[in-house]
Design a protein around this ligand. Structure first.
Ligand code: ADP
Length: 257
């Protein structure tokens, strides 16, 4: 049985196609989220990549911030459940997921059986989310996908102390104008996201292994600082940004089978 998972986020739309809940056939990612044609395009692309007709999918599930805007799925589910299912698909033993997306950050704890035991979320403030990195990348005119590699060149991350994106923006500009090295400022920016997220994570009983999900997981500097702050290893997969879509495809299979 083929199932489709759709994750409509604030900045990106992602899809995954699974066969029998176990075999990943294809994924797609379109850099356009809620309120755009991104989801439509991501769905078309995932079927095209898999070389199968949309009618061949027996069931679908939708998740993400924009899930209510998609009326065509058989099932709808929260991001928490889908990220947990997607993370366990890739890392079957995982006990904690740190999800940093375009507009929020979540820390999800799972018991040994994979059931959610607790979670905390920051959806009130852009600092500590992908949005913060997007704004800073814009100021520095660096693609957001290169922030991690730039930060890796730094030996002394600049201190970014502001807890608000707007104030941090002025802080970054003033650091640059007073001669701070660009890579140190970028490392400071990545570190500040990691420190904020670690604060959220430390408020829960964390168990190993931990992994990251969401687009910011691809930023190796954020992962490294987070691991340092928590004193724990953090697993990473190239599929991290697709965990929500993967989990939705898995959920559709569990419900429909
Ligand atoms: P959402 O589901 O809310 O759209 P995502 O989980 O897709 O969020 O994450 C989007 C965020 O991930 C962006 O705001 C950006 O900061 C970050 N991001 C996206 N692509 C990359 C990349 N290649 N490397 C590092 N960070 C990235």
């Amino acid at each position: 049985m083929i199932t489709l998972g759709i994750d409509i986020g604030s900045t990106t739309s992602k899809c995954a196609l699974l066969r029998d809940g176990t075999e990943l056939l294809a994924t797609s990612l379109v850099a356009a989220g809620i309120g755009t044609a991104g989801a439509e395009r991501a769905v078309a692309e995932v079927f095209e990549k898999a070389g199968i007709a949309p009618g061949e999918a027996a069931a679908s599930a939708v998740t993400g911030y924009g899930r209510h805007s998609w009326g065509r799925a058989d099932y709808e589910s929260s991001e928490l459940s889908c990220h947990a299912l997607g993370a366990r698909f890739v890392f079957p033993e995982v006990r904690g997921i740190i999800d940093i997306g375009g507009q929020d950050a979540k820390v999800i704890c799972l018991d040994a059986a994979g059931r959610m035991s607790s979670f905390l979320m920051n959806d009130k403030c852009a600092a500590g989310t992908g949005r913060f990195l997007d704004v800073m990348a814009g100021i520095l005119q660096v693609p957001v996908s290169e922030l991690g590699a730039e930060a890796a060149k730094s030996a002394a991350p600049a201190a970014i102390s502001s807890t608000c994106t707007v104030f941090a923006e002025s802080e970054v500009i003033s650091q640059l104008s007073s001669g701070a090295a660009r890579e140190d400022v970028i490392a400071g920016i990545c570190r500040s996201v990691a420190v904020r997220t670690a604060g959220l994570a430390k408020r829960q009983p964390l168990a190993s292994p931990l992994c990251m999900s969401g687009g910011v997981a691809a930023n190796g500097a954020v992962r490294g600082y987070l691991s340092e702050e928590l004193g724990m290893e953090i697993l990473f997969s190239d599929l991290a940004q697709l965990f929500g879509a993967l989990g939705a495809a898995k959920l559709a299979w569990q419900k429909a089978k």
